[in-house]
Design a protein around this ligand. Structure first.
Ligand SMILES: CSCCC(=O)C(=O)COP(=O)(O)O
Ligand SMILES: [Mg+2]
Length: 261
């Protein structure tokens, strides 16, 4: 049989988004430029709102942790005196966001603000989530076969729900049993996968994780989670050793559940 047989003990499939369900180009060419182009205006408009205050506060904490990094952009606390002071603080947040994005950082602070900014774009229909064509049909088959399906992405849970709730294939949110983001831990840390298993109420070996990033696959494997590396057009190349070591799939249709032929 061509493809990959899912081990019988697997009861849950955990999916990465960028490079796995969704082209990297959609994230890099549509979602991220939206943030870079609109962050200044967004902050000006929403600055006084509680959600925006919390986002800025989290970004400021992250900036303090990042102070030792090359090129890091600090975010001073606004004194509250004068329009110039406010504009300088907003500019510092803008510069910090753009700096983090230039490094494709996956900090919870950055991802939380991005999720809030994308809300308007998705709900107004200006942006629609994109998936590789095999994704939605495969997830429907897995669900019909009794498999639980979860998302684990660096994108915030709120952003994930926007992507799947407002997609070129309509609202497909109901296909998923739950969502995880970096609040449970970073994707390159094996402890995150143990916590996800705990949260789902299963053992790590009951999970199959699909991702394009071998560092994530390696962390999951260390936690005793089954993994397969997804090779998609536009993904970063794998080394020969990685190609030999990992089980690879180029489409979700290559996965065969125990009861399927
Ligand atoms: C709407 S999800 C946004 C995607 C994103 O911001 C991101 O960083 C994707 O990371 P992933 O962990 O899915 O590779
Ligand atoms: Mg990915």
């Amino acid at each position: 049989m061509v493809g990959l047989s899912v081990p019988a003990e697997v009861t849950a499939i955990l999916l990465d988004i960028e490079g796995t369900t969704t082209p990297i180009a959609f994230v890099k060419d549509i979602l991220f430029p939206y943030i870079k182009e609109n962050v200044q205006e967004y902050l000006q408009t929403h600055w006084e709102e509680e959600e925006c205050r919390q986002d800025v506060s989290l970004l400021r904490k992250q900036a303090e942790e990042d102070a030792h990094l090359d090129g890091a952009v600090p975010i001073p606390t606004a004194s509250g005196e004068g329009a110039d002071d406010l504009q300088q603080t907003i500019q510092a947040v803008v510069d910090n966001v753009r700096w983090q994005m230039s490094l494709d950082r996956k900090t919870t602070a950055l991802k939380q603000l991005q999720g809030h900014m994308w809300r308007a774009a998705f709900t107004a229909g200006h942006v629609k989530g994109e998936f590789f064509e095999d994704v939605v049909p495969a997830v429907r088959r897995w669900k019909a076969a009794g498999m639980k399906v979860y998302i684990y992405s660096s994108g915030s849970v709120e952003a994930q729900k926007l992507l799947f709730g407002h997609s070129t294939e309509g609202n497909v949110l109901e296909l998923f049993d739950g969502h995880f983001d970096t609040k449970i831990g970073h994707k390159v840390e094996s402890e995150s996968y143990r916590k996800i298993a705990d949260s789902i109420g299963c053992s790590p070996s009951n999970i199959l994780f699909l991702t394009d990033v071998t560092l994530e696959a390696s962390a999951a494997e260390e936690a005793d989670v089954h993994v397969a590396v997804v090779v998609r057009p536009g993904n970063a190349g794998l080394t020969d050793d990685e190609k030999t070591y990992y089980r690879l799939i180029t489409s979700f249709s290559e996965l065969h559940l125990p009861s399927s032929t």
